[in-house]
Design a binder for this molecule. Sequence first.
Ligand SMILES: Nc1ncnc2c1ncn2[C@@H]1O[C@H](COP(=O)(O)OP(=O)(O)OP(=O)(O)O)[C@@H](O)[C@H]1O
Ligand SMILES: [Mg+2]
Length: 343
Amino acid sequence: MPDGGPVIVGISRSTEKIREIVRKVADVDLNVLISGESGVGKELVARSLHYFSSRKKRPFIKVNCAALPGELIETELFGYEKGAFTGADKQKMGKFEAAADGSIFLDEIGEIPMSMQAKLLQVLQDQKFPRIGGHKEIDARARVIAATNRNLEAEILSGNFREDLYFRINTISIVVPPLRERPEDVEPLVYYFLDRLSKEHRLPKPDISPRLMKLLKGYHWPGNVRELENYLKRLLVLGESKELEAELEAAGDGWNSETDTASSQEAVIEEAAKEVLPNKNSREKQFPSLKEVRDKAVYRVERALIKQVLEETNWNRREAAKILKISYRALLYKLKDMNLTPH
Ligand SMILES: Nc1ncnc2c1ncn2[C@@H]1O[C@H](COP(=O)(O)OP(=O)(O)OP(=O)(O)O)[C@@H](O)[C@H]1O
Ligand SMILES: [Mg+2]
């Protein structure tokens, strides 16, 4: 970490907003939940929150909840007394106690098993807990910062995450978007990493051609900032290399069309769903039966898909039937039934 503390590099609106929130909430003792895909910079945000708070000189303790099975998370977080269980031959301090007046970073909180979620909630509510096998209550004064790459709201719906715990940890929510949604950040990140890495490894900074920069900005970075950092490490070591460029180029061709199709198909389905479902805002809700909705939904989605395929094939019905994997006759029947014509 540089002397001035962690730096969140980037010029995109969303990164500016994150820097602003970090500044605002760093010194407020509210729990923060940071969410985002792998490698977007969640830990960096957590460390910044700690660094820019008055807890800066106190410990920052990270607990990787994904790396520990249920029972071990408990001893890891809360510690135990000598003799608490077989093998507990001396007292051990847990991470909450170690974090004291600092911050505790619960990474991958979505991985905590349900049974432990209840216990964690209890501790967050009471702000104290005994070590396992002990009676003395220990204060939990650490500021809690949690991170997840899961969609916790969806996990609540599917019964894997407690809603009450979610509300407790999510007082402030910071969402870090994937790098592909903020391509403006790529260029400043590239220069920042090359600068840092070249100093760290005592290697000269490679030149970045305008062509390579364009490829870097256009790539979809599934591993986000971490993947960009690793790419630049290789570039630094290998120097300008045709293979490295070719990698981005090859990947770049495929992904655009893939995601475009996926998102346009999702849009088609969403649009169709809107037409089928009762209007959320209308006062008199007349709910249709499930069968009615299903039939209507299938009809709408089928119609939208057939239309899309026909447009793509320039209304070549034989080709469209092949793509849709139905017979030519069945397609003609559907066109008539669905009142689909080229104009
Ligand atoms: N905006 C940024 N500015 C500077 N460095 C960044 C930025 N975002 C991420 N990084 C760097 O990228 C790497 C990955 O970030 P980090 O570990 O914080 O991601 P993460 O979201 O916690 O990932 P994971 O979910 O895989 O744990 C780190 O080296 C981090 O310092
Ligand atoms: Mg992380």
